[in-house]
Design a protein around this ligand. Structure first.
Ligand SMILES: C[S@@+](CC[C@H](N)C(=O)[O-])C[C@H]1O[C@@H](n2cnc3c(N)ncnc32)[C@H](O)[C@@H]1O
Length: 431
């Protein structure tokens, strides 16, 4: 199995074939779907011998929906596959120190809920009224009534909304609809991304939808390039754009984020991720911490419970506003957030001769190309790298090792069961 969740086979003539839904060691006949000079992409035409942990995918949309790609494997096998994918990337690294780590990689930290974990889904809407997810490798929409990855509260809301005339009229003007659960009170939030500026009739529909006991308590209307309208809210219930969770640190923390901003979708596993980052960072009362790509402070605040100071850098303005409010509402006054690009903000800190005992970074999928010298400059002792793409992680680890860091620990953690996506946390220390 290789990154992206593909099964890999090499033909007798040496050409590589990537096989959707193949599992290690299976004997299959493939149907080639796309041919490239170096590589073919194929599906399974006939399964001759199956892996013993191949299972019947529980979701009726599996295979046509573009969302999940590992439902045909038992959950323990999914985690073993993800570990093998990371081990394989390490083993093929040009850096000897990374190649050595492939053999003793620990198991993937399993998620407590392999299904029903997502607290947010983004539904696509097509002009024929289908509401669901994109078909695999296509922009066509499959009409979906239930997503097995979503929390029950979301699926229950979707069921009620699909039977609601007001919702369907609003949906007809939308290209996507986000459905979210607020962990604070389990209320539901619907954010409609409209194809064109909202009309007054749609604003009335949005207002009516939250007053109708329709299944959603807040509704936001969005349109690219225009200010948002709303959120409209039920008479008794939550108001405003933020959703809030409680992080079970000592003391517990209340963290809010904007409905349009980034948030970890798997709440239970996010708590495990925060605990893992805290344990690797080993922040003591004299330590100064730099949290790069800090979002609304998901790691900054928990780290601040033991740090002398935390500085967070983030490029999204609403996330920075939430991070500042989160520090305020939790009575933490030794956090400082800067709204900037990490490269520019980090270089500014380096010019000011700022140095940090611990640096935490959680970049988007593209990782941190070219930033290793800056990180080596800013970091005095420990660097905790939270990655959502094993390939860019391996590239960046190579760059960091070349800057004088040593790799102390590498822990894969499953934030996205049933999909090939893998989160990894790495601890590096200065020699
Ligand atoms: C994977 S999220 C992590 C957020 C946060 N650590 C969390 O756990 O919720 C990555 C974050 O990096 C921010 N980001 C992306 N590119 C950036 C850049 N060049 N400079 C600063 N922040 C950036 C995004 O807005 C997003 O909030």
């Amino acid at each position: 199995m290789v990154n992206g969740g593909w099964g890999l086979a090499v033909r007798a003539d040496g050409k590589t074939t990537l096989i959707r839904h193949g599992l290690p060691g299976e004997t299959i006949t493939v149907a080639v779907e796309r041919e490239r000079p170096q590589l073919d992409f194929a599906g399974i035409a006939a399964l001759i011998t199956a892996h013993p942990e191949r299972i019947e995918p529980p979701c009726p949309y599996y295979g046509s929906c573009g969302g999940c790609d590992l439902q045909h494997a038992s959950y323990p096998l999914q985690c073993a596959i993800k570990r093998e994918i990371l081990a394989d990337l390490l083993a093929r690294s040009p850096v000897a120190e990374l190649r050595c780590r492939a053999a003793d990689l620990p198991p993937v930290m399993e998620a407590p809920q392999p299904f029903g974990y997502r607290q947010r889904i983004r539904l696509q809407v097509d002009r024929n009224g289908a509401i669901g997810f994109h078909r695999r490798q296509s922009h066509r929409v499959i009409d979906v009534h239930r997503c097995l990855l979503a929390r029950d509260r979301i699926n229950q809301g979707l069921l009620e909304l699909r039977a609601n005339e007001t919702f369907l009229r609003l949906a007809a003007a939308a290209e996507t609809i986000e459905l979210l659960v607020d962990p604070a009170d389990d209320s539901r939030f619907a954010s409609f991304h409209l194809r064109r500026p909202p009309r007054s009739s749609e604003r009335s529909l949005a207002e009516r939808l939250c007053h109708q006991h329709s299944g959603v308590q807040r509704v936001l209307l969005r349109c690219r390039g225009l200010p948002d309208r709303g959120p409209y809210a039920a008479a008794a219930g939550p108001t405003g754009r933020q959703l809030t969770m409680t992080v079970p640190t000592v003391p517990p923390l209340q963290l809010g984020w904007d409905v349009s901003g980034f948030s970890q979708v798997n709440e239970a596993q996010n708590h495990a991720l925060i605990a893992l980052v805290q344990s690797l960072a080993r922040v003591s009362g004299v330590d100064r911490v730099l949290d790069l790509y800090c979002g609304m402070g998901n790691f900054s605040l928990p780290l601040a419970t033991t740090a002398a100071e935390v500085v967070g850098l983030e490029s999204q303005a609403t996330a920075i506003r939430c991070a500042r409010q989160n520090a305020e509402r939790n009575g933490l006054h030794h956090l400082h957030f800067r709204h900037c690009d990490v490269a520019a903000g980090g270089a500014e800190l380096a010019r000011q001769q700022r140095r940090f005992d611990v640096v935490v970074c959680d970049p988007p999928r593209q990782g941190m190309p070219g930033l290793a010298p800056l990180l080596a400059d800013l970091c005095r002792h420990r660097l905790v790298y939270v990655s959502c793409d094993p390939a860019t992680l391996c590239r960046d680890l190579g760059d960091l090792l070349a800057e004088g860091f040593a790799l102390q620990a590498i822990r894969p953690i499953d934030m996205f069961p049933q999909t090939h996506h893998l989160e990894t946390v790495a601890l590096l220390e200065k020699h």
